[in-house]
Write a protein that binds this ligand. Structure first.
Ligand code: G6P
Length: 612
């Protein structure tokens, strides 16, 4: 959460910083601000989005070739102008942007107040910049040393970029627990919470590691450990991402683009990983931990939000195909409940961004307890991808819409491959069955394409329920997690209160909510659970609920009981979540658009949650 950018070079910094902030808005959009240095430090910031900042600045922008910027997801203090970053120190000498939380900010603030410092915001960040200034004055050291000494006193998480009026031509950056990437251009340097801000200028990057800081000047980048002050050799990576993948490409919203990308993203996730004739799964990450997987008494899956839902589908897949016990946990709960975990456990950590603070902390905890941790991440080079023992990328490509879509189906695809792999090595999945799943999996992209072809029909259904205040999503078996995900999508982007339930649990509570006003989306594909779902639909209809069914072609019973039907092609039960999810994404999308909501940037949310 929160995006930070920086530029030091020969070009005009302002447009580069604004462009970078726009690309990082998925990390938060409560306020935006920039600091430009051209002999003077000029700070401009305001509540709202980057476009609000741009509008406020107008055309009268100082020319500068050094600057930093910030887009905020509020933690300490409400979203308003004073709380927006960058924050200046009391003397006006230092300016800083920060992503993360300084946990001991209250005691530092008390200390600083006793020294005469005054604060103009409610943020922990303003405390940090003043603390650095205080250290610098007290110790008589350079900016980088002051930053280093101050950070050694700080408890919490941060990615920061700092400028000093007295030390022009340099930017000091540091990270602990929040991501930070340095881009190496031609006589110019970039800083970003990820690499997208400067993707069109350079693909050469250095990922700063936790506990490292860098001094960026026109002479180059020097990296040191914050704790020891020892130099660190920079490892330069070459990015593979292209600019097109982070642009809307003619779609009204990133979310819609990403929904429509799913045939391709699932194809990319599968590519090269499965022999279509035999169903044999080839994944180097799995091979590297195959012994631990074979010996594991159980698997633990951890994640947050949509990734946790993918984990639930994974539980059904792994228990069904590989006959291995699975527990799925919210990373945030797992890390704080003294879980029983040890060297015989294999943990699968799922994260689109690879930066979610709770998931990262849970991984570290599991590793400390001796467990092997396998990461399923989308963002290449992300913290979780680097922290895990082994892993598999989902290859869904950059996901920018805050509500996750293609990342979810890619995660489920990877989990399917893991279940097939494990089913085979454990001897629970026959060659024939595995090959059948492989063949069906390969057909999923074209089946999704056919569902996407029904977008206009789904739009009509969306219009019929767009004014609802509540909605219920029901599913059973493999599609219970899909019901949870459908409900989450709707509440995230349209602000309609929605709940997902196992269809049979409806009678234990939610049935009391059903009346003519209540849309109930029932996921009832053809498969093992179909007959039971028909009974559940009947129960809803008897209470006059408004039924929207996601079902297979020719499922007449469900059709006759439904107010609206969205058909999905038949597939194997274990693959049905990959299809059933797609109409739910489109339904939520169109409802949100009809309600005038900001689909890509829903209120209060952020995509990369780097605070716990
Ligand atoms: C946020 C996002 C969700 C996402 C969750 C977990 O809440 O808005 O879309 O599912 O974080 O993120 P991760 O990157 O770990 O999958």
């Amino acid at each position: 959460m929160c995006g930070i950018v920086g530029y030091l070079g020969t070009r005009d910094a302002y447009p580069l910083l604004i462009q970078g902030l726009k690309r990082l808005e998925y990390r938060g959009y409560d306020s935006a601000g920039i600091a430009l240095f051209n002999g003077q430090l000029a700070v401009h910031k305001c509540k709202g989005k980057v476009s609000d900042l741009e509008a406020r600045m107008g055309k009268d922008v100082p020319q500068a070739s050094l600057g930093i910027g910030h887009t905020r997801w509020a933690t300490h203090g409400e979203p308003n102008d004073p709380n927006a970053h960058p924050h200046l120190s009391n003397s006006g000498r230092l300016v800083l942007v920060h992503n993360g939380i300084i946990e001991n900010f209250a005691s530092l603030k008390a200390l600083m107040t006793s020294k005469g410092y005054r604060f103009h915001s409610d943020t922990d960040t303003e405390v940090l910049v003043n603390f650095i200034e205080f250290v610098q004055d007290a110790e008589g050291v350079s900016l980088d040393q002051a930053v280093r000494i101050a950070l050694n006193e700080v408890v919490g998480a941060y990615a920061i970029a700092v400028l000093s009026k007295d030390e022009p031509g340099q930017m000091v950056v540091a990270r602990l627990g929040s991501p930070l990437v340095v881009g190496l251009g031609n006589n110019e340097y970039f800083v970003g919470s990820d690499a997208t801000p400067f993707l069109d200028s350079t693909k050469k990057v250095i990922y700063l590691e936790d506990g490292e800081m860098a001094v960026i000047s026109r002479q180059g980048v020097s990296i040191r450990e914050i704790a020891s002050d020892l130099p660190v050799d920079a490892v330069i990576h070459q990015l593979k991402m292209d600019l097109e993948s982070i642009e809307k490409g003619g779609y009204d919203h990133f979310m819609l683009k990403e929904i429509f990308e799913q045939p391709k993203s699932i194809g990319d996730t599968i590519r090269g990983r499965i022999d279509l004739k035999t169903g044999e799964v080839k994944m180097a990450g799995l091979d590297s931990i195959s012994e631990a997987l074979l010996e594991a008494q159980r698997l633990l899956i951890i994640g947050c939000g949509t990734s946790w839902h993918a984990g639930l589908v994974g539980e059904y897949l792994l228990e069904d195909l590989a006959r291995v016990p699975v527990e799925v946990e919210y990373a945030s709960e797992f890390r704080y409940r003294n879980p029983i975990i040890g060297p015989k456990d294999v943990v699968i950590a799922i994260s689109q961004s690879g930066e979610t603070a709770d998931t990262l902390a849970a991984i570290k905890m599991a590793k400390k307890a001796g467990a092997i941790v396998f990461g399923v991440c989308n963002v290449v080079g992300s913290s979780i991808a680097r922290e895990t023992t082994a892993g598999a990328y989902t290859h869904a490509g950059p996901e920018i819409g805050v509500a996750s879509t293609k990342a979810f189906t890619a995660q489920v695809t990877v989990l399917t491959l893991i279940a097939m792999y494990l089913g085979r090595v454990k001897g629970h999945l026959s060659l024939e069955h595995c090959a059948e799943i492989g063949r069906e999996l390969a057909l999923i992209p074209e089946k999704i394409t056919s569902i996407l072809g029904a977008e206009s029909h789904i739009k009509v259904i969306a219009a019929s329920i767009a004014k609802a205040n509540n909605a219920l999503f029901l599913g059973r078996g493999y599609n219970f997690p899909v019901a949870l995900e459908g409900a989450l999508k709707l509440k995230e982007i349209s602000y309609i209160h929605a709940e997902g339930y196992p269809a049979a649990e409806m009678k234990h509570g939610p049935i009391a909510l059903i009346d003519e006003q209540m849309p109930i989306v029932i996921i009832a594909p053809r498969g093992d659970m179909y007959e039971k779902l028909v009974s559940n639909v009947q129960e809803v209809k008897a209470r006059k609920g408004h039924v929207i069914s996601i079902t297979g072609q020719g499922n007449e019973e469900v059709r006759s009981l439904s107010d609206a039907v969205i058909e999905i092609p038949d597939t194997l039960d274990c693959l049905s979540p990959l299809l059933a999810t797609v109409p739910l994404q489109l339904l939520s999308y169109h409802i949100a658009v009809l309600r005038g909501c900001n689909v890509d940037q829903p209120r209060n949310l952020a995509k990369s949650v780097t605070v716990e």
